[in-house]
Design a protein around this ligand. Sequence first.
Ligand code: GLV
Ligand code: MG
Length: 325
Amino acid sequence: MSFTIVEEAPARLNRSELAVPGSSTKFLQKAAESASDVIFLDLEDAVAPDDKPQARKNIVEALNDLDWSGKTVSVRINGLDTHYCYKDVIEVVEGAGDKLDLIMIPKAGTAADIYAIDMLVTQIETAKGFKNRIGFEMIIETALGMQNVFEIAAASPRNESLHFGVADYAASTKARTTNIGGPNKDYYVLTDPLENGERETYWGDMWHYPITQMVVAARANGLRPIDGPFGDFKDPDGYIAQAKRAAVLGCEGKWAIHPSQIELANTVFSPSDEDVAQAKRILEAMEEAEKAGRGAVALDGKLIDYASIKQARVLVDMAEQLKGK
Ligand code: GLV
Ligand code: MG
């Protein structure tokens, strides 16, 4: 370990994160009854400019009047480049800041963006005498944000999670796609001719680099890395594939832009009984090894060592967190 100890953000389940437009009171009500771990009430891109004042009111009302128990609630404010941003923070935090767990900052570009929102939120919390401290989740979805992702991740003690916003990221980097997430048929390698003379096409994952970069920045700062939206909500298999590869890279959860995606995310990001049982076997085997004065042993014909303890602990801790839900 480094002499620098990474402090973890408060532990929260974040397997699924449902996006709900603040302009729809019906959807807000439904979200409160959903099985999503985190719900973000949107003031940004799912809300038309003329609807923003009413959406703020709906959100304040929903935070105060609906039962959100057992869930984490966030509000996605508008970007710092818009004139909506300050009113989003002031109206929502003044109106219901004591009911709010997180603020989602979209298109985070620099550490100063986080600093500015922190200053505003701190003043309101202090003025209102709120006892809770609102946390921050940042969407990394611009080239600037990805360039500065490490500074953004470290910008405030309020920071809890980083999110990969694939749609805006594609727009910002001018990537050649109009899909929201998912694979791209133009991102492939062609094999050399095989024995039968044919060549095979292998699609790659064009989002591998940004997600990995975000995961590293998040984990190096004790934050949760979360994969963003998958737009084709009629394609559960496609969603599951995207969620699984995000989980493999270290993400803790994924957005649901439709209620049908909540259960898919909850399943993919929960360790299976089999995985947990195997992790417990690893912990037991290492305990035995330690007693025998050994740092590494073979389990089922494979080497395990002290690093295996940490890997297994991640799964067992997650299973315990789920039991406590
Ligand atoms: C999310 O906000 C995205 O742009 O993908
Ligand atoms: Mg976006």
